[in-house]
Design a protein around this ligand. Structure first.
Ligand code: DP6
Length: 331
């Protein structure tokens, strides 16, 4: 009945952040969010159901997955199996161009690719919206990596209403022409997972309720800016939203702080570039690295300035494509 299937999904970086769940079991977020899918980073995942396998197994970049990684993959495959009415275990082999666990959105592309490959391998016929809902159950931000370009994830109120969809206007070369320079300060794994850190924030930060309120407003204002082709407004809102996300986690007990002195240094640099007439705006996720939004035409100049004469690794990215299943799937 089944064959192996392979899918490719690209990483996304949020401009309005997802930080906190209203329902852990269903992975329903506390707020809607808005992101840009990037062409520079992707995960390629193959799922091979095997009637002879006694358990699920997996490799990541050619090495066996850690216990924690296998547990997450197994839980996800259990969901796929329950939807498909299958009891077959599978091997999952994933190769990623995103450093894992460094706040560079590895779980977004990883779980979106897993959702696409597993759905195809187990013979589920899912449209992109249903794939986005499925990917959400693996990692919230993965719901957005099902789509290319600019993407909005509607928080929703239940499983059916919490999905991502593309936002017109995010194309390379369009009026907005969004692009990103990713400043890689530290590609090592982070000290606390975003899952654990957002849980702590929800439970202990007194700033969390105002974070959710203001993020819903930010998403609406950002969608207006996208419709108007207004990158400066979108960028200013994105930078402010990221700082508010970090403010809410700094308010947790014990506090969650992903920034290093280098992170602050890049924030200073971005501010200085703007003052010098080069429009760009910073955003930061669950790690020290800084992603800098700018227009595609300004990307070479922004990347050059941030690389500090080539001493710092800066990856340039433009809007990336939709999730695609590249091979195999149930007949
Ligand atoms: C800071 O999607 O990794 O990147 O749903 O618990 O797997 P889980 O969290 P995850 O969190 C991403 C957080 C963020 C912001 C964002 O991508 O919106």
């Amino acid at each position: 009945m089944t064959d192996s299937a392979t899918a490719v999904a690209h990483a996304n970086i949020a401009l309005a952040k997802y930080w906190g769940k209203r329902d852990e079991a269903l992975a329903l977020p506390a707020t809607s969010s808005l992101s840009l899918t990037l062409d520079a980073f992707h995960a390629t995942t193959t799922v091979t159901p095997d009637p002879d396998a006694g358990e699920d197994t997996g490799t990541l970049d050619g090495r066996p997955m850690s216990d924690g990684e296998v547990v997450r993959v197994r839980r996800f495959l259990d969901l796929v199996r329950s939807l498909a009415g299958s009891s077959l275990h599978a091997s999952v082999d994933s190769v990623s161009t995103v450093p894992t666990g460094a706040g560079l959105a590895s779980s977004a592309s990883g779980f979106a690719a897993l959702a696409g490959a597993a759905a195809a391998a187990y013979g589920l016929d899912l449209d992109p919206r249903a794939l986005s809902r499925l990917a959400r159950r693996g990692s919230g931000s993965a719901a957005r990596s099902v789509f290319g370009g600019l993407v909005v994830w509607h928080a929703g109120t239940d499983d059916a209403s919490s999905f991502a969809e593309p936002v017109p206007g995010g194309e390379a070369g369009g009026p907005l022409d969004p692009a990103m320079a990713v400043v890689v300060l530290d590609a090592g794994p982070k000290s606390i997972s975003s899952r654990e850190a957002m849980r702590r924030t929800v439970e202990t930060s007194p700033f969390f309720p105002s974070w959710t309120e203001s993020t819903e407003v930010d998403v609406a204002l950002m969608l207006d800016a996208v419709r108007a082709g207004d990158l400066p407004t979108l960028g200013a809102l994105a930078e402010s939203n990221a700082l508010r996300m970090h403010a809410t986690m700094l308010g947790a007990r014990p506090p969650v702080r992903y920034w290093t002195a280098h992170t602050v240094g890049v924030l200073d640099q971005v501010q200085a570039l703007r003052a010098d007439g080069l429009p760009c705006w910073a955003t930061i996720d669950a790690g020290p690295n800084v992603k800098v939004l700018c227009a595609g035409r300004d990307l070479p100049a922004v990347a050059e300035a941030l690389s500090e004469g080539g001493t710092r690794r800066v990856v340039t990215a433009r809007p990336g494509p939709d999730l695609r299943v590249t091979a195999g799937g149930a007949a």
